[in-house]
Design a protein around this ligand. Structure first.
Ligand code: NZQ
Ligand code: ZN
Length: 387
């Protein structure tokens, strides 16, 4: 295990009805709030009305930025920064999934940056300060409600990049599992795949002696495998939604990667898919993950797959190592397919046309990942195998 500094500053208010603290908490950060939300789901399910009522009751002045799209665009960030500057906003309240929260984080950081906000996406070191961000989470997936990342798309250059700064970590997040009852089957499945991918990006890692991190990761993976199908079957199952929601936060808030050398693989490859084809992030991850696993399986990595196969999928430990590894990959693929997620790129309308450019993008900072670093050609090979 390597050295680390533990800091997870986001205050979490978890459970049914926890929105009641909204006014009191927001007031700690100012009297003028920008409320950011997406395409309207929060108006249909009543969360918008309730939040606005509480904001009004607390005598907080508010402005709105609506229509933030999935895979949020830099143009929305620019719009938000303008509203904040024109009205001297004190803090930002994101109500939605990862896209809305990420957009809010970038607005918060962009507010204090002199130039175009795209600069702080391409170069996180330019983030020196940010407005306070709070969130009301409506979709369990990205963990943005409790982490320091924001992923933004530049629609002109077809780039989708993650930026990060501890300044952008939400000051508080409200996690009411009942708010996710209305999430569609497809988004529930994609969200579950995204949570699992965050866990696996940390789990498939070469750092030695990070035993506790790996056992925590396995507990979280098992939670997704147990509750993902239940949430699909019964969207208003409180325990299923609650377990998925809390797992989404724990998967990426630092808990699993403190003490490990960092370096993710599948996310870098997926962000290129969403940048070029605007597909749902979790869908792209579910397609790529089993092919990535097959590609990186070799004599050096097989033991990790054995650990995964035995501890997660209960495969007989007396079997040959590579048999266990291959079976564990097959089980992973079957699980994603059982959630109704596609298994091949062509099912989501992706062909070979942009493989070269996407692989170039995925390796723009050098080889991708830490478990088995991938060259541009490796990424092309994985895309091809997933066709
Ligand atoms: O826009 P509305 O109308 O709200 O509808 C949304 C959207 O269409 C809908 N939705 C959200 N909550 C709902 C709901 N529909 C019904 N009932 C509800 N309660 O779901 C759709 C997808 O929402 P979105 O926010 O895009 O999904 P998600 O949370 O999966 O976020 C995806 C984005 O986050 C990035 C992804 O790349 C992608 O851009 N990521 C962010 C990360 C982070 N900040 O740490 C890490 C991740 O790896 C990921 O890259
Ligand atoms: Zn993700």
């Amino acid at each position: 295990m390597i050295n680390f500094n533990y800091s997870i500053p986001t205050e979490i208010f978890f459970g049914k009805g926890s929105i009641s603290i909204l006014g009191k908490q927001l007031k700690r950060y100012g009297a003028k709030v920008l409320v950011v939300y997406g395409g309207g789901s929060i108006k249909k399910n009543g969360i918008y009305d309730l939040a606005i009522k509480l904001i009004k009751e607390s005598k907080i002045k508010f402005w709105e930025l609506s229509g933030v799209e999935p895979n949020p665009k830099i143009s929305s960030v620019r719009q938000g920064v303008k509203i904040c500057r024109d009205n001297r906003i004190d803090c930002i309240l994101a109500i939605g999934g990862g896209s809305v929260i990420d957009c809010s984080k970038a607005i918060a950081a962009g507010y204090y940056y002199g130039g175009d906000p795209w600069d702080i996406v391409t170069d996180p070191s330019k983030i020196k300060k940010a407005l306070p961000v709070a969130s009301i989470l409506t979709l369990a997936a990205t963990g943005s409600e409790m982490d320091i990342f924001a992923v933004i798309t530049n629609e002109e250059t077809k780039e989708k990049l993650g930026t990060k700064s501890s300044y952008m970590a939400p000051r508080f997040s409200i996690l009411d599992p009942t708010y996710t009852f209305t999430v569609s089957k497809n988004q529930t499945a994609a969200g579950t795949a995204d949570i699992m991918s965050h866990i696996m990006e940390n789990y498939f890692n070469n750092t030695e002696g990070a035993y506790v991190q790996d056992r925590l990761a396995e507990a979280l993976l098992k939670t997704c495998i147990k509750y993902g199908p239940i949430a699909l079957e019964k969207p208003d199952d409180y325990d299923a939604r609650a377990n998925l929601m809390w797992t989404s936060s724990l998967a990426i808030n630092g808990l699993l990667d403190y003490g490990k050398v960092k370096g993710w693989s599948v996310h870098g490859m997926e962000h290129e898919l969403s940048a070029f084809y605007d597909i749902t992030h979790g869908v792209g991850l579910a397609i790529l993950t089993p092919y990535w696993m097959e590609y990186v399986l070799d004599n050096n990595t097989v033991d990790k797959f054995v650990e995964y196969g035995i501890n997660i999928w209960s495969i007989d430990k007396n079997k040959d190592k590579f048999t266990i590894a291959h079976e564990s990959i097959e089980k992973t693929r079957e699980f994603f397919n059982s959630l109704g997620l596609p298994a091949r790129l062509k099912e989501v309308g992706i062909d070979e046309e942009n493989f070269e450019k996407m692989a170039e993008g995925a390796t723009r900072h050098g080889k991708l990942g830490e478990f088995k670093p991938l060259s541009k050609q490796d990424v092309i090979n994985i895309y091809k195998s997933a066709l």
